[in-house]
Design a protein around this ligand. Structure first.
Ligand code: FES
Ligand code: FES
Length: 149
């Protein structure tokens, strides 16, 4: 049994301790905004925040996430509205197929919390998510747009 707090709500899930957090988020909790891409912590499609840090949830065992605050794309906006990264994504028309974009947005939101005005080099180092549609330039532009909000 794992006790998880996801987007501010508590969940008890009956799974093996080494079950990937991604599986639990999607299959047990039913939050499907977090995507499965590679399953080996390479592509970033499954990125969520664990205690505010961007983590690839396919590579996190549910036992490691127990007792921590987990935020998925469904919990990123607040009552005040969309997160500034979500708004910048809309304003800059970033998504193509969209599959990688929830992970991309979660990775960027964590970066901007740590570095509110990242340089291109900071972005290159921190945002290593893979986008098969090649939206990297739009992503970079939207990150800079979000920093001006
Ligand atoms: S599915 Fe987790 S990094 Fe690719
Ligand atoms: S928008 Fe299609 S994979 Fe990134």
């Amino acid at each position: 049994m794992a006790n998880l707090t996801i987007n501010g709500k508590a969940f008890d899930v009956d799974v093996e301790p080494d079950t990937p957090l991604l599986w639990v988020i999607r299959e047990n909790i039913g939050l499907t905004g977090t995507k499965y891409g590679c399953g080996i912590a390479q592509c970033g499609a499954c990125t969520v925040h664990v205690d505010g840090v961007a983590m690839r949830s396919c590579g996190v065992q549910v036992s490691e996430a127990s007792g921590k605050q987990i935020t998925t794309i469904e919990g990123l906006a607040s009552d005040a509205g969309l997160h500034k990264v979500q708004q910048a994504w809309i304003d800059n028309d970033v998504p193509q197929c969209g599959y990688c974009q929830t992970g991309m947005i979660m990775a960027v939101a964590a970066l901007l919390k740590e570095k509110p005005k990242p340089t291109d080099q900071d972005i290159d180092e921190a945002i290593t998510n893979i986008c098969r549609c090649g939206t990297f330039q739009q992503v970079r532009q939207a990150i800079h747009l979000a920093t001006n909000v």
